[in-house]
Design a protein around this ligand. Structure first.
Ligand code: FE2
Ligand code: FE2
Length: 323
């Protein structure tokens, strides 16, 4: 993937055609199928090739906490899901907790990383404590044997821990917004990660009522907002010279905003949301590899790149299961 600047790079608003973007990044822009405003280049050329496609793959069975669940691979770390067609709230609880507790543990890690210096020692120590607590909770889950008689109690403990982190993110967002705290964490990042934690609490509460159903009316707007915000974060964390990828990320934000607002209705047998989700998985996977191999200039930590990729894979898995 070429990264050296060219005359075209320096005049993005004048000369950056879609075809040129593809040549520069070696990849396509995302979300082009239905929602993107510029699916066809200004010169009328065809839709460009995509990022290298990442196949969905099959769910690899695993047994954790005495329960059969599965993983999906494709990046640095696996994505925990239930086995296809599972309707068991215990299996869903274990898979969701393995997935989300790891995400929440990483939120705390990212927040701590973005609180440098002695003046931020106190909130950083709190973030590091959450990171340890979620790590310990995951270890506890792996040592447990969950079934219908005790999964509700375990979920309530998870909810309690998650609520503490939600409170912390809420307080930190206010501190940062007000200017009382000067960390490197955007208020939007606190809010984004809080929304994910709140959604996890709603999900565990639903599972404790024995209901495992994913509804399209909940899954699509929730994850589309999250995907749009990821793209915003990526666009702001790329090196300012990475114009092609910055524009790709901005277009992705717009794509998912449109999906979130109209909920991406299916058109016959065709699901435009699934197309956009597959595109963003391909985009994030390519970005993760480019960042790891030093081909993309950014201040995106490789762990953050894989974190947002896993959330996109989760979106795809949940979308497939929607009623
Ligand atoms: Fe997250
Ligand atoms: Fe996220």
């Amino acid at each position: 993937m070429p990264t050296s600047p060219t005359p075209v790079d320096q005049k993005p608003n004048v000369l950056l055609t879609r075809r040129r973007l593809v040549e520069m990044a070696g990849v396509t822009l995302v979300g082009t199928a239905i929602y993107a405003t510029h699916a066809i280049a200004a010169d009328g050329s065809q839709r460009p090739p995509r990022f290298p496609a990442v196949p969905m793959g099959t769910v690899r069975p695993e047994n954790i906490a005495g329960v059969g669940i599965g993983t999906l691979t494709g990046g640095t770390r696996p994505v925990y899901v239930t086995l296809p067609d599972s309707r068991d709230p215990v299996e869903h609880s274990v898979a969701d907790t393995l997935f989300w507790a790891e995400q929440l543990m990483e939120h705390a890690m990212f927040i701590a990383m973005m609180m440098p210096g002695p003046e931020l020692a106190r909130p950083r120590t709190q973030a590091e404590r959450f990171q340890r607590e979620f790590g310990a909770h995951l270890a506890r889950l792996r040592r447990s044997r969950l079934d219908r008689s005790n999964y509700g109690r375990f979920n309530r403990a998870t909810i309690g821990l998650t609520r503490s982190l939600i409170d912390y993110k809420q307080r930190m967002a206010v501190e940062q917004s007000s200017g009382r705290m000067r960390s490197l964490v955007w208020p939007t990042f606190f809010d984004h990660t809080r929304h994910e934690a709140e959604r996890f609490v709603r999900r565990l509460t639903q599972l404790n009522a024995g209901n495992t159903v994913y509804s399209r009316g909940e899954v699509v707007p929730f994850w589309s907002n999250i995907m749009g915000e990821h793209a915003q974060f990526i666009s702001q964390l790329l090196d300012p010279e990475e114009q092609a990828l910055i524009l790709a990320a901005r277009e992705t934000t717009e794509t998912f905003r449109r999906i979130a607002s109209d909920r991406g209705p299916r058109r016959g047998g065709f699901d435009p949301v699934m197309v956009a989700v597959n595109d963003i998985i391909d985009f994030k996977t390519a970005a993760e590899r480019g960042i790891q191999e030093g081909r993309i200039k950014s201040i995106i930590h490789p762990a953050l790149a894989d974190h947002v990729r896993r959330e996109a894979v989760r979106f795809r898995d949940e979308l497939q299961r929607t009623a």
